[in-house]
Ligand binder design. Structure first.
Ligand code: SAM
Length: 312
């Protein structure tokens, strides 16, 4: 039977994780964000069209191609030709951050290892202006087809593959300048009280299983990172076992061949990452990761920027 209230154990953990109790955290957000797809329309033209249609929007200071609108305008936009033609793409502000921090450029070799439904792959293609080599990987069949259709809709060019992210580094002898590892996770940041299914399967056991899988995916991804290259590891969950613990494990396992760079994005509310959780003590470099504080516009998110510094 599906539970309609959040699991008490989850709530107790969250009280320890978040610095303050935030009201309405798991209610539907009052605002929704969209990404202007600059592969198909300029930012100026998109703003012009929105004004012509009397759709009031805000521009967050940290990203020139993002807009936020209130919920009623979001519904209107979702049904509009702007969305159906791929000029605007519905994407959470927090979900745009990993690619902004990855900072892919035209002409580079970039891998998106856990890619479906393709929000971030199409954002990467936009940053690269479809120039260079972008590979998008998704091993789950139905999700692979969803990825394919999002890339088609947004006019994003990418080579597709469907390999388990824990094996790709062993199978594919390729290296990349930038790698996005937006892993499957327990998705605690996306829990929604009006959709009990979103938290129905939460358990400590699931968190532990996820953490194990994430470690395997991250380690394999790192094998494909070029010297001096950048890798972004991200999750939409609060659990330290899927965030700081994974980075701590990775640093130990790779014996200091990688560094964790600090992340600064102006205008983002964040709170400190953990260097200890329950009985565990983490590597102090884990402090350089970013925990995004959820608010009325953003969901909770975790981002680590890992640099291959060993052979530089
Ligand atoms: N980056 C995507 C986006 O922005 O649209 C969201 C990625 S979602 C958080 C994680 C994805 O990883 C899911 O599509 C899931 O099917 C996929 N996945 C699950 N197991 C995987 C594995 N072993 N290797 C690679 N990807 C996996």
């Amino acid at each position: 039977m599906i539970k309609t209230t959040l699991p008490p154990e989850f709530e107790a953990r969250l009280a320890e994780i978040l610095p303050q109790k935030s009201e309405g955290l798991f209610e539907p957000k009052a605002y929704q964000s969209f990404r202007i797809n600059t592969l198909k329309i300029s930012i100026e033209k998109a703003h012009e069209l929105l004004k012509e249609r009397n759709i009031a929007f805000e521009k967050p200071c940290f990203c020139d191609y993002a807009i936020t609108v209130d919920r009623s305008h979001a519904q209107e936009l979702l049904k509009s030709d702007l969305v159906s033609q791929g000029l605007l793409y519905s994407q959470g502000l927090q979900s745009m951050l990993p690619v902004l921090i990855l900072d892919p450029k035209p002409g580079e070799r970039v891998l998106d290892l856990c890619a479906a439904p393709g929000s971030k792959t199409s954002q990467i293609a936009m940053h690269m202006n479809n120039q260079g080599f972008l590979k998008a990987n998704e091993p789950i069949r139905e999700r692979f087809y969803r990825l394919k259709s999002v890339l088609e809709l947004t006019g994003s060019k990418a080579q597709l593959s469907w390999i388990d992210g824990r094996r790709m580094g062993k199978i594919v002898a390729e290296v990349f300048n930038r790698i996005l590892v937006d892993v499957p996770c327990s998705s605690e940041g996306r829990f929604n009280l009006s959709e009990p299914k979103s938290f129905a399967y939460w358990s400590i056991r699931k968190i532990k299983e996820m953490s194990h899988k994430q470690k395997g995916i991250l380690l394999n991804a790192s094998r494909m990172l070029a010297p001096g290259g950048t890798l972004i590891y991200s999750t939409c969950t609060f659990a330290p076992e899927e965030n700081e613990e994974v980075i701590d494990w990775f640093l130990r396992k790779t014996q200091n061949r990688f560094e964790v760079s600090s992340i600064a994005v102006e205008g983002i509310k964040s709170y400190p990452s953990f260097i200890h959780w329950q009985k565990d003590q983490y590597d102090v470099r884990v402090k350089n990761t970013l925990r995004v504080l959820p608010d009325e516009r953003m969901e909770g998110f975790f981002i680590a920027k890992i640099v291959n510094s060993h052979y530089k």
